[in-house]
Design a protein around this ligand. Structure first.
Ligand code: CA
Length: 175
């Protein structure tokens, strides 16, 4: 009996020590913001800089529908099938009202050296009819300044054939 107790205690101790050395799967995961703080020392924030190759996809500002972080920089580089255009639609848009604070930049092509198709902020939201690229790529940049943040934006894109037919499935929310 005593031997059993001793063995049980040894096993318990071993189990305890072993479990201490292992990552706890139930431990709270760091929030996006915490990951961003850490990551921003070396790289851009998780999930904030993406490259899309699919012919349609959705993306949104970091933390959406919660407020985006201050001093954020994000990019979404979209490339669809050759001989198609990118049709970009903002289905929700709520940024700081003033110019030169928080903005979304849309470039024709996949580089910041491309033609600017629009610079959008709270007081100047994107066109409700959507935005078309001239070729098969589009670049979207989001930048926020040091203070005042908002829920941000949600956007979808689709590859369209050069006839420029919009996808009628978009539902547009009130800004
Ligand atoms: Ca701001």
């Amino acid at each position: 009996m005593e031997m059993h107790m001793l063995l049980w205690k040894a096993v318990s101790l071993f189990t305890l020590l072993y479990s201490l050395g292992l990552p706890d799967e139930n431990a709270p995961k760091p929030s996006t913001e915490q990951r961003c703080d850490f990551a921003s020392l070396y790289m851009r924030c998780d999930g904030c800089n993406e490259t899309f190759h699919a012919d349609s996809n959705d993306f949104h500002s970091p933390n959406y529908p919660q407020k985006y972080p201050d001093e954020e920089y994000c990019s979404w580089r979209i490339t669809v099938s050759l001989s198609h255009q990118v049709y970009l639609m903002f289905t929700y848009f709520s940024l700081q009202f003033e110019n030169n604070t928080d903005s979304v930049y849309v470039y024709d092509g996949d580089k910041e050296t491309g033609e600017v198709l629009g610079v959008f902020y709270g007081g100047h939201p994107p066109p409700k009819e959507g935005i078309y690229s001239s070729s098969n790529s589009l670049l979207v940049i989001f930048k926020s300044d040091k203070n005042s943040s908002y829920p941000g934006f949600k956007a979808s894109y689709h590859a369209v054939n050069c006839s420029g037919t919009a996808n009628p499935d978009f539902t547009y929310q009130t800004y």
